[in-house]
Ligand binder design. Structure first.
Ligand code: F6P
Length: 410
């Protein structure tokens, strides 16, 4: 939607971050803030996501303030507050939000978030005419950014969301480090990886050296479980050090022998305001079943919030700057209801505005892992996914200690 707003209007833009934090949020905020300031905007930060626009509002002034974009997480804080009525909170908070946008004289809203936060922003744009610009983020990498991955003359619809590259680096390194401990004990470690209903992040553990992987996109039925346990035994027996690292998505659907159902495993029965449950515990279930049914020693290890923690990586830093350049473009053209994304999968050096595009916020939504990226018969990721990841992470860095000591006989 175009409006008649003028260049260098000196008006006010406000930024909020919603949903789970990522290491790239402060970089996104700082990059958008810097560019908006050049255009003459006063830049506000809305604290705690949509929550900061409720009640009296919690707004801070970011204009001309020191801001460290390399620092992970979000200095604005985040929440999973839903402006619209939900099962958990039936109240319609839109009138409060509209009132505060008026009280603080906010002209443009930038919502940094995943499908939930940006979905709500899109709805405010469509139903209330609020000028919004969406900005992607999620370590789960499941927001439909329509980023094209070219592989051997094939074009695959992929996703790259700010936050994922830093989380991917963390999980790949985490898996790689596990090698020394599994080798030392000749055992199996079942690594649980965040990502909700998508396996993108779990694949980065495979890139870091995990031997087999299970993802939410393929349910582990009774038959599949049998096949998986056989694959585990075979892989273990053929491994050099009699050790394995298994990467398991937190959202995997696993057959339960007692109930006869194939289900996800949750940490609690609570759901958030967008209806999402909290996953957790699948690695423990899988590890104990491996031990019980194969006799192999298996341990569970949840990678948990490690994926979200720490500093912004270089890829994320440069990507958020390139996407913020696109925000400048949208502001100059008064083009709202849009979200900047990478148009194609590129290496670090090519993270520039000319490799970005903007998509209608009405077109976003969740995107599962493309089928080319995972082989459900081999319980593993494919070379196509590794090619995708090599653009973001560079060459694979595996932990390997080659030794073959001669055995001494008495
Ligand atoms: O969506 C990001 C994410 O980290 C998921 O991978 C995970 O399931 C969820 O958030 C955890 O949410 P919370 O921060 O509410 O514990």
């Amino acid at each position: 939607m175009k409006t008649d707003k003028k260049l260098f209007s000196g008006k006010t833009i406000a930024i909020l971050t919603g949903g789970g934090d990522t290491p790239a949020l402060n970089s996104s905020i700082e990059s958008i803030r810097n560019r908006a300031m050049i255009l003459g905007y006063k830049v506000y930060g809305i604290r705690k996501g949509w929550k900061g626009l409720l009640g009296d509002g919690e707004i801070v002034d970011l204009t001309n303030q020191h801001y460290d974009g390399w620092h992970g997480g979000t200095a604005l804080n985040s929440s999973r507050t839903n402006p619209f009525p939900s099962k958990k909170n039936p109240e319609n908070r839109v009138p409060q939000i509209l009132k505060n946008l008026q009280r603080y004289k906010i002209d443009v809203l930038v919502s940094i978030g995943g499908d939930d936060t940006n979905g709500a922003a899109k709805k405010l744009f469509e139903t209330e005419g609020i000028p919004v610009i969406g900005f992607p983020k999620t370590i789960d990498n499941d927001l439909r950014t329509r980023t094209i991955h070219s592989f051997k003359n094939k074009e695959i619809e992929a996703v790259i969301c700010p936050g994922f590259p830093s989380a991917a680096r963390g999980i790949a390194d985490f898996a790689s480090r596990m090698r020394t401990t599994v080798d030392s004990h000749s055992r199996i470690i079942v690594l649980e990886v965040m990502g909700r209903d998508a396996g993108w992040l779990t694949g980065t553990a495979a890139y870091g050296g995990a031997d087999l992987a299970l993802i939410p996109e393929f349910e582990i039925t009774k038959e599949k479980k049998e096949a998986f346990l056989n694959a585990v035994k075979e892989k273990y027996n053929s491994s050099k050090r009699k050790s394995l690292i298994l990467a398991i998505s937190e959202g995997v659907r696993w057959f339960d022998d007692n109930t006869g159902k194939t289900e996800k495993i949750f940490a609690s029965s609570e759901v958030d305001e967008y209806g999402h449950p909290l996953f957790g515990g699948v690695s423990g279930v899988v590890a104990s079943e491996i031990t019980r049914k194969t006799g192999l020693e298996a341990r569970a290890q949840a990678t948990g919030y490690y994926a979200r923690a720490g500093r912004c990586g270089c890829y994320d830093r440069r990507m958020t700057q390139a996407l913020a350049d696109k925000v400048t473009d949208l502001l100059l053209r008064n083009d709202y209801g849009q979200m900047p994304v990478l148009s194609k999968v590129v290496k670090y050096e090519e993270l520039e505005e000319y490799n970005t595009k903007s998509i209608d916020m009405g077109d976003i939504g969740n995107k599962a892992l493309p089928e080319e990226y995972y082989d459900s018969n081999k319980f593993n990721f494919t070379e196509v996914y590794f090619d995708f990841l090599s653009n973001i992470l560079g060459p694979q860095q595996l932990t390997v200690f080659n030794h073959n000591f001669p055995v001494v006989k008495p």
